[in-house]
Design a binder for this molecule. Structure first.
Ligand SMILES: [Zn+2]
Ligand SMILES: [Zn+2]
Length: 99
C-alpha cells in the first residue's frame, strides 16, 4: 500500500492514480478526468438518423478474452485495453470509440 500525498488515502501499489482525488503519483498533480470525459461523451450523432448516440458503457478486455462471433471486429481493438460503446436509440447502430 502507498499513501496519497494529497489526501492521505491508501492506494494499491499497482495504481498510479489516487482513487479518491485523482492525484497522479507519476505526474505529481491532480488529473481532471471528469471534464475530459464530459467533452468526449456528447455530441456524437448517428450518421444515418442524426440522433444523439447513447453512451452505453466502457468495455474492458481481460487477458484471455475470447472474442467469439465478433472476432473480426474486436481484432481491431486488440492493442487497446478498453473502448467506449455508443448505441443509436433509433436504428440500433453500435459505434465503438477508443477513450
Ligand atoms: Zn488522493
Ligand atoms: Zn441511427
Amino acid at each position: 500500500m502507498k499513501t496519497c500525498p494529497n489526501c492521505n488515502a491508501e492506494i494499491e501499489d499497482s495504481f498510479e492514480i489516487c482513487w479518491n482525488c485523482n492525484y497522479s503519483l507519476t505526474e505529481n498533480k491532480i488529473i481532471d478526468f471528469i471534464d475530459e470525459q464530459a467533452v468526449n461523451k456528447k455530441d456524437i450523432n448517428c450518421l444515418r438518423c442524426d440522433v444523439k448516440l447513447l453512451y452505453s458503457g466502457n468495455y474492458h478486455f481481460h487477458e484471455g478474452t475470447r472474442y467469439g462471433l465478433l472476432g473480426n471486429l474486436f481484432e481491431l481493438f486488440v492493442n487497446k485495453e478498453s473502448f467506449d460503446i455508443y448505441v443509436c436509440p433509433k436504428c440500433g447502430k453500435v459505434e465503438f470509440y477508443v477513450p
